[in-house]
Design a protein around this ligand. Structure first.
Ligand code: NAP
Length: 283
């Protein structure tokens, strides 16, 4: 890849971003496509997002960016247009410069669904249990209802936040089957869950923890699927225990790949080289 005076800039805005595999994956794709682009990490503190977006606006070679923790919801009022999918999810992970300002969309739902759609299941009989109630949980709730899950239970720490999560997601998605709970309800919910999804950062990077204990994972029916949105380490402790208990285990790398491919297509208008991106990620 040659950086020249005409190179267009893409990047990932978040905090932390040093662990992100997006630069590796996107720059491999950019090289394979022969584009005069570069994709860089853009660390931005939670309180500095508005300032950073103004700065990026002033740099005309910045044509788009991704957002990760903790900015996916806070970015929304700073944008000029938001796609229907991002409005439905209530979170934006991809932003593109346009003649009419910044357009925000959400590619996480698509990425989240790819590994699930590859499994042959009657989703209309499968209740989902989602651990965590942040931005990625919103994408997971949207994806589970799109699959056809009749019931989606979400577990969080903070009752007022959960109440708001329930109200906004029920309104945005126009669904009936969403329930919110605190972690105290976990043991009651696990025996009925067919799909258990970790959307908390517990177990990410140097955190060697698991959102569920071995005893709790043992309560999940053996035919169920354990899905951890985390992709480093591979596998997480949660997935290691789940696999040992004969559950189907899915990590977050396929989601990362497919959300990134759709984002690249959104920015460039060209098909993304998925095989090249998968190879860069070691998939
Ligand atoms: P977020 O908006 O900050 O949400 C994190 C959620 O986890 C919040 O509900 C938070 O609870 C909860 N949480 C955090 N620490 C916890 C703890 N110790 N115990 C219980 N709950 C805890 O972050 P996000 O954007 O949703 O991302 C979450 C995870 O998904 C990250 O690991 C991220 O890397 C991963 N992710 C992966 C992909 C992919 O492509 N594979 C895409 C998106 C996200 P409170 O609300 O109470 O703070």
């Amino acid at each position: 890849m040659i950086i020249s005076g005409t190179t267009k800039i893409l990047g990932i805005v978040g905090n932390p971003v040093s662990h992100s595999l997006s630069p590796l994956m996107q720059n491999a794709a950019i090289s394979a496509m022969g584009l005069d682009y570069v994709y860089v990490p853009l660390p931005v503190e939670i309180t500095d997002l508005a300032l950073a977006v103004k700065g990026l606006e002033a740099i005309s070679s910045v044509v788009g960016f991704n957002l990760t923790i903790p900015h996916k919801q806070k970015i929304m009022p700073l944008l000029d247009r938001i796609t229907d999918v991002a409005k439905a999810v209530g979170a934006v992970n991809t932003v593109k410069r346009s003649d009419r300002g910044w357009i925000g969309t959400n590619t996480d739902v698509h990425g989240f669904l790819v590994p699930l759609k590859a499994i042959d299941r009657d989703w209309t009989n499968i209740p989902a249990l989602i651990l965590g109630s942040g931005g990625a949980a919103k994408a997971a709730v949207t994806g589970c209802f799109e699959l056809g899950c009749p019931v989606v239970n979400v577990i969080g720490r903070d009752r007022p936040k959960l109440k708001e999560f329930h109200q906004t997601m029920t309104e945005q998605l126009q669904v009936q089957g969403l329930s919110v709970h605190t972690w105290a309800d976990l043991e009651n919910l696990l025996p009925a869950a067919g799909l258990v999804i970790n959307t908390t950062p517990i177990g990410m990077g140097k955190d060697l923890g698991s959102p569920l204990t071995l005893e709790q994972i043992d309560l999940i029916p053996k035919v169920a699927i354990a899905y951890d949105l985390i992709y480093t380490p591979r596998p997480t402790k949660f997935l290691k225990i789940a696999q040992a208990q004969d559950l189907i285990a899915i990590d977050g790398l396929t989601m990362l790949l497919h959300q990134g491919a759709i984002a690249l297509e959104f920015w460039t208008g060209q098909s993304a080289p998925i095989a090249v991106m998968a190879k860069a990620l070691g998939l």
